[in-house]
Design a protein around this ligand. Structure first.
Ligand SMILES: CCCCCCCCCCCCC/C=C/C(=O)SCCNC(=O)CCNC(=O)[C@H](O)C(C)(C)COP(=O)(O)OP(=O)(O)OC[C@H]1O[C@@H](n2cnc3c(N)ncnc32)[C@H](O)[C@@H]1OP(=O)(O)O
Length: 263
């Protein structure tokens, strides 16, 4: 089953895994205003979809995951249009970043600028050997405005993030793995399959537990230890009396696979 969101985004279902496909291959998924709106709308729909336990963000473009903001479209923007586009951009990134379930980016080819920021907004990044990532915004007179200045340091530390953003350099798959820019590298063309396989394994776990664990990880990160432990405790309490917990404990003791109620 699949659903289109505008011309450039499709959401497909694979059991409890939803796949958000960036589908503007002729432009290497360069993110136009229309595409940003569609990404935001697709995320708003997925956020309310209890059947979507894990989301994979993939690309139909053969040479790229996403090459960032559509520089052709932006070349024609007036100052007013650029400012009007800003909330749309933030809405799209926020939509991905705030998805309540685990999100995995399947990256092949170029993931540059806003395109890599989109991958950074996901929880995990699975890349193939062709992946080339980077935040080249300062080379076109802007800055990573899709979360990159905040998300990249959280992945690789402040100094490495500074080196990548200041130099605007591209990083190929193997070095990206060593640096922690991506979490897995697979053979050429294998990123989508590997991401869907990982998503399927994660989706076999409690949806209630997955969402609570993501909340604790996201909200607690960056807090001091005491505050972080309070965030964890609140997340623990949110699942302590859930149907999923009851089913998980019962299934273990009855030596059977759990049938998660998802509540
Ligand atoms: C889905 C996300 C949801 C959120 C939405 C957010 C909106 C967007 C993000 C905004 C966030 C704010 C800050 C972010 C800013 C940016 O992202 S700035 C742009 C950063 N990206 C780049 O700098 C990459 C630019 N492209 C290149 O470096 C090269 O094109 C390449 C990708 C390395 C490929 O090179 P090569 O193989 O030599 O091919 P080319 O001839 O250069 O390109 C082929 C055609 O593709 C067009 N193209 C490439 N990139 C873009 C682009 N970013 N925008 C528009 N078009 C692009 C290129 O012009 C060629 O077109 P033709 O000449 O018509 O063939």
């Amino acid at each position: 089953m699949s659903e289109r969101f505008g011309e450039f985004v499709e959401v497909r279902r694979h059991g409890f895994v939803a796949e958000l496909v960036l589908d503007r291959p002729k432009a290497m998924n360069a993110v136009s205003s229309a595409m940003a709106v569609s990404v935001g709308e697709a995320c708003a729909s997925l956020a309310l979809d209890a059947g979507a336990r894990v989301v994979v963000v993939s690309s139909s473009a053969s040479r790229a995951f996403c090459v960032g903001a559509d520089l052709k479209e932006r070349n024609s923007f007036s100052d007013a249009e650029l400012l009007r586009q800003r909330p749309v951009t933030r809405g799209a990134y926020g939509g991905v970043l705030e998805l309540p379930m685990p999100v995995i980016a399947a990256v092949h080819g170029f993931a540059l600028g806003g395109g890599f920021e989109l991958a950074l907004a996901c929880d995990l990044i699975v890349a193939d050997e062709t992946a080339v990532v980077g935040l080249p915004e300062v080379s076109v007179g802007v800055i990573p405005g899709g979360g990159g200045t905040q998300l990249l340091p959280r992945r690789v530390g402040a100094a490495r993030a500074a080196e990548l953003i200041f130099s605007a350099r591209r990083v190929e798959a193997r070095e990206a793995l060593e640096m922690g820019l991506v979490d897995q590298v697979v053979g050429v063309g294998g990123d989508r399959e590997a991401a869907l396989e990982l998503a399927g394994r994660i989706a076999a776990n409690s949806p209630v537990g997955l969402r609570a664990a993501k909340r604790a990880l996201r909200v607690g990160y960056g807090l001091d230890l005491r505050a972080g432990l309070e965030v964890e405790d609140a997340a623990w309490r949110s699942v302590a009396f859930s149907g999923d917990r009851a089913e998980g404990v019962a299934a273990f003791n009855e030596k059977r696979a759990p049938q998660w109620p998802g509540e």
